[in-house]
Design a protein around this ligand. Sequence first.
Ligand code: SF4
Length: 259
Amino acid sequence: MSEPKKRIFIGLIVFTVFLIAAITVALYLIPYIGLRNIHPLAPEIVCLTMSGALGALILGVGLLILTLIRGKEIFFAARLRGIVIEVLFPIMIVVGKLLGISKEKIQQSFVEVNNLLVMAKCRDSKPQRILLLMPHCLQFNDCAIKITTDAGKCQACGKCKIKDLVMLAKKYHVHLSVATGGTLARRRVAEAKPQAIIAVACERDLTSGIQDAYPLPVIGILNDRPFGPCFNTSVDISKVAEALEFLANGGKELRESPG
Ligand code: SF4
């Protein structure tokens, strides 16, 4: 995945830090905002609270940027991912909207940042149970074989990428599951009890899947949609192979997010 995607998220966070700092200073300095009319100490209390939040945010952002640059866990990469998922991402959507950045671009950037944090965390560990979780729209629309119960039933005709995914799953001894929606995907995760997931989907489904599965590590790979959403979609198999290679080797090879 390209650097600009990662930069959108970092840029939005840095913008948010400056925005909060500017609001804090304004609240303290501009008397006509009227905080002192509420209580004589109100400006100090509000500014102290906001400064505390700002300090925590700067510390978190600093750690996040260092982790992303080094590609290795510095402190709390897993917890940092939680903060990105639960706190920063919702804020980035709002700030991005104010700046006219599309939700889709921010979701792509979020997936990229998530992947880099997962890779930083997994760099020296080897998950034993990996689940390849695929959307049903990857299957060729006219294929009559029901692969949602067992992807191994694929006849390998080559009309869609399921054939390559089955081969990859066999090569790396991982479980491959094809799900028709979020509910089935959640059930498959509960059944397979994976230690790590490689998921392919569109921006919206990947984002919600990563949020739902947390704290499970999920490497997200965006699908290709040459015929529009949810119909005969595709995926760059080399990206799936790279992610599998990374996890299977305890994170020794890959330096970039496959997303
Ligand atoms: S590769 Fe497998 S799933 Fe895809 S169309 Fe052929 S038989 Fe069906």
